[in-house]
Write a protein that binds this ligand. Structure first.
Ligand SMILES: O=C(O)CCC(=O)C(=O)O
Ligand SMILES: [Fe+2]
Length: 369
């Protein structure tokens, strides 16, 4: 079997694309059709040897060397192995091992790894969520690291308790009883909206939809926007805290949410009538939350096409709606659209919330360990 087919980067987990994590060195692409399967954070003699082995396609030797160096406590090797354990393309995906690797690299002084460890603790990636533990890490880093300091500033201003539990939201305005559509005014502050836009914008890509014929992701006139997901590498503590607040208004657990998405529609962009629920999906997208992040555009209202319900939020306002009927089946009445933007740029954050915990399937790794 061709190697290229089996080496699939976990894009959905790595919205920045391997090699673009802040502070990371750039690598020449590997020969042939092989996608760059690794993402060194720090240069070191070991990493240089691992890189040379990869370029020579000696994957097994590369993995063995990296694992040995990580076991010996070399921080660059630990950080690198953490990324490999998340990507799951060369060695098996093991989020728990990734979390431990980032923890150890962080303890050895690598701030990128420490921030990732904090994010994994906050979001419960690779183990139980530990909000106070995560907070302790970013607070300790804050005097030395502007990203940590910025996170702490936002977190300190949020309606969350010491355990990261969001305050009960004020009662919503009800736009529609069936399907249930509710409005939560000022869920996010202007600063929080700006944070999401700044954090997500560099990774925006043209939106795609699932082609029902081939199952592949394809561009389609039904959805003419750019979007990005705040996957495991991008769901820092601020994004996680926002997800916790979205969970609180929706009465769900944060783990039920798919990664938060940032959507950008330029003039002419729209999301034509569709349902967020997926056909034949056992773990259904039961709820959707949309947060409006900006103003200064025209058009772009969200409309429930069968219900004559149309809404456009002010920056920070959110709507919550149900996509399924009381028996859990996709509700055709929940069909909705983002109307064409006629002027300016519309920015929203969307969270599709499943009936139960949401996890992406692990990719096939090249090596069995
Ligand atoms: O752009 C909008 O207002 C709707 C977005 C939407 O339907 C979605 O993200 O699922
Ligand atoms: Fe939708």
């Amino acid at each position: 079997m061709g190697i290229a087919l089996r080496l699939i980067i976990a894009d959905h987990l790595h919205p920045h694309g391997v090699g673009k994590w802040p502070g990371k060195r750039k690598h020449a692409p590997l020969p042939g059709t092989l996608p760059a399967p690794y993402s060194s954070v720090m240069a070191s003699p070991t990493i240089a040897r691992v890189e040379a082995l990869l370029n020579a396609r000696r994957f097994d030797d590369a993995a063995k060397l990296l694992i040995k160096a990580a076991s010996a406590g070399e921080a660059p090797a630990l950080a690198e192995l953490g990324h490999w354990r998340v990507a799951g393309n060369i060695v098996r995906r093991d989020l728990s091992a990734a979390r431990t690797a980032f923890e150890r690299a962080g303890a050895a002084g690598d701030r990128d790894s420490a921030l990732l460890h904090a994010a994994f603790l906050a979001s419960g990636v690779g183990g139980a969520a530990d909000w106070p533990g995560a907070l302790k890490i970013v607070r300790r880093l804050a005097p030395h690291d502007p990203r940590a300091a910025q996170q702490v500033r936002h977190l300190d201003a949020m309606p969350l308790d010491a355990q990261g539990i969001a305050d009960a939201a004020p009662a919503p305005e009800v736009l529609s009883a069936a399907p249930r559509v509710e409005v939560y005014r000022s869920l996010l502050t202007a600063q929080e909206c700006a944070y999401l836009v700044t954090a997500g914008s560099p990774s925006l890509q043209p939106s795609v939809v699932v082609d029902p014929q081939s199952g592949r992701l394809i561009p389609h006139p039904i959805r003419t926007s750019d979007n990005t997901q705040f996957g495991v590498y991008a769901e820092d503590m601020v994004v996680n805290a926002i997800n916790r607040r979205i969970a609180a208004i929706s009465g769900t657990a944060p783990e039920q949410g798919e990664p938060l998405q940032l959507l950008r529609y330029r003039a002419g962009g729209e999301y034509r009538a569709h349902m967020d629920a997926l056909p034949g999906e056992p773990n259904q997208r039961v709820l959707t939350v949309i947060v409006y992040l900006n103003d200064g555009y025209e058009g772009g209202e969200t409309t429930f096409v069968r219900r004559n319900v149309t809404f456009r939020g002010r920056p920070g306002d959110a709507i919550l709606f149900a996509n399924v009927t009381s028996d859990g089946r996709p509700d055709p009445e929940a069909q909705h659209a983002g109307l064409p933007v006629t002027k300016g740029i519309k920015l929203i954050a969307t969270r599709w919330i499943r009936g139960a915990r949401f996890t992406f399937p692990a990719p096939n790794s090249l090596l069995p360990y």
